[in-house]
Write a protein that binds this ligand. Structure first.
Ligand SMILES: Nc1ncnc2c1ncn2[C@@H]1O[C@H](COP(=O)(O)OP(=O)(O)OP(=O)(O)O)[C@@H](O)[C@H]1O
Ligand SMILES: [Mg+2]
Length: 312
């Protein structure tokens, strides 16, 4: 029998088969867009960020996960179940926010939640009220009268409110102001902390890095890198400029692990430091430092270097 993860009495989720496992998945549209030979496993309690520019294949991948489209090659498994054959069992445990959100325009947010609750055995009125006040969402206006960001909140709450084992969210924070975005990220982190899994797409790395444990990078339909966010940060190259009162000991900096001298300047050096700054800072403590500046590259720059590598 296939092991199946079930929610325990305290709401946490027991680990069984991985919530997401893609093996060699290919779906190419007429016109050549799509995804090619995609293999990826996402574990329990993980927030996985799926990152890529417009047209990279993020939504295609998410539709494959949801069995809205079928792969030409490869296997899509969720919770160890076949995404197609066991679609009913899979969908019962899944919360989904589509990229192009379609809502019932005449219903209010409250009625929308009640509708989805009836379908899936949803939360009580108090839970809905709590979500609404947290996200600053008006519950009783018809959806058609809501702004884009507020519509997005309706979609998000609909996906999250039943505490599904797996959340699949296509660009969940699009159109949300930074405060609401942070609240959503907190809720996603909490979901992961209780053992649930979140798969979300985005084209903004800094945003994904705030919430994700790992980031997968898709470009032209191919997965070109998967990295832990902590790893990306650790690999960040800092540009350091140090100026000293006396040159003694300055040259020894070049011998430090991860440190490269870029340029000699008057009374000092311009350096590039890969990884931790600690060895450099320790060495500088023994020098007569007059001025020190450190520039952190954007995460985007760090990740873009993968793109360059893949394109070569
Ligand atoms: N139904 C379709 N028919 C033909 N081509 C399609 C279809 N859907 C997507 N494509 C193509 O597949 C590629 C991937 O599209 P997809 O929507 O997955 O990208 P995305 O990463 O979600 O982009 P975005 O950031 O703009 O949402 C694109 O080249 C797109 O034009
Ligand atoms: Mg998309």
């Amino acid at each position: 029998m296939t092991p199946v993860a079930t929610a325990a009495a305290d709401g946490s989720v027991a680990r069984g088969e991985p919530p997401i496992a893609l093996t060699g998945v290919t779906k190419v549209y007429r016109g050549g867009g799509g995804v090619r030979d995609l293999s990826l496993e996402v574990g329990w309690g993980e927030v996985f960020g799926f990152l890529g520019p417009n047209g990279a294949g993020k939504t295609t991948t998410i539709r494959l996960l949801l069995d809205l489209i079928r792969p030409q090659r490869g296997v899509v498994r969720l919770f160890g179940l076949d995404a197609r054959r066991d679609a009913v069992a899979v969908h019962r445990r899944l919360g989904y926010l589509p990229g192009e959100l379609a809502l019932y325009e005449r219903l209010s947010a409250r009625e929308t939640f009640a509708h989805f609750s009836r379908l899936r055995g949803g939360p009580d009125e108090a839970t809905v009220e709590r979500w609404a006040s947290e996200l600053d969402l008006e519950l009783d206006r018809p959806v058609r009268a809501l702004s884009r960001g507020n519509r997005q909140k309706v979609g998000l709450v609909s996906a999250l409110m039943n505490e599904p084992d797996l959340l699949v969210l296509d660009e969940p924070t699009v159109g949300l102001d930074p405060l609401v975005q942070r609240t959503v990220h907190q809720r996603l982190r909490e979901a992961a902390a209780s053992g649930r899994t979140v798969f979300l797409s985005s084209h903004v790395l800094s945003e994904v890095a705030e919430v994700a444990d790992r980031v997968g990078l898709i470009k032209d339909g191919r997965l070109v890198a998967i990295e832990r966010v902590a790893e990306i940060r650790a690999r960040a190259v800092h540009a350091v400029e140090v100026r000293v009162g006396a040159a003694a000991g300055l040259d020894a900096l070049a011998d430090l692990e991860g440190v490269t001298v870029r340029e000699r300047v008057e009374d000092g050096l311009r350096l590039e430091v890969v990884g931790s700054l600690n060895p450099l800072l320790a060495a500088l403590a023994a020098l007569d430092v007059v001025d020190l500046s450190v520039h952190e590259p954007s995460l985007e720059d760090v990740f873009l270097s993968y793109y360059d590598g893949a394109a070569r």
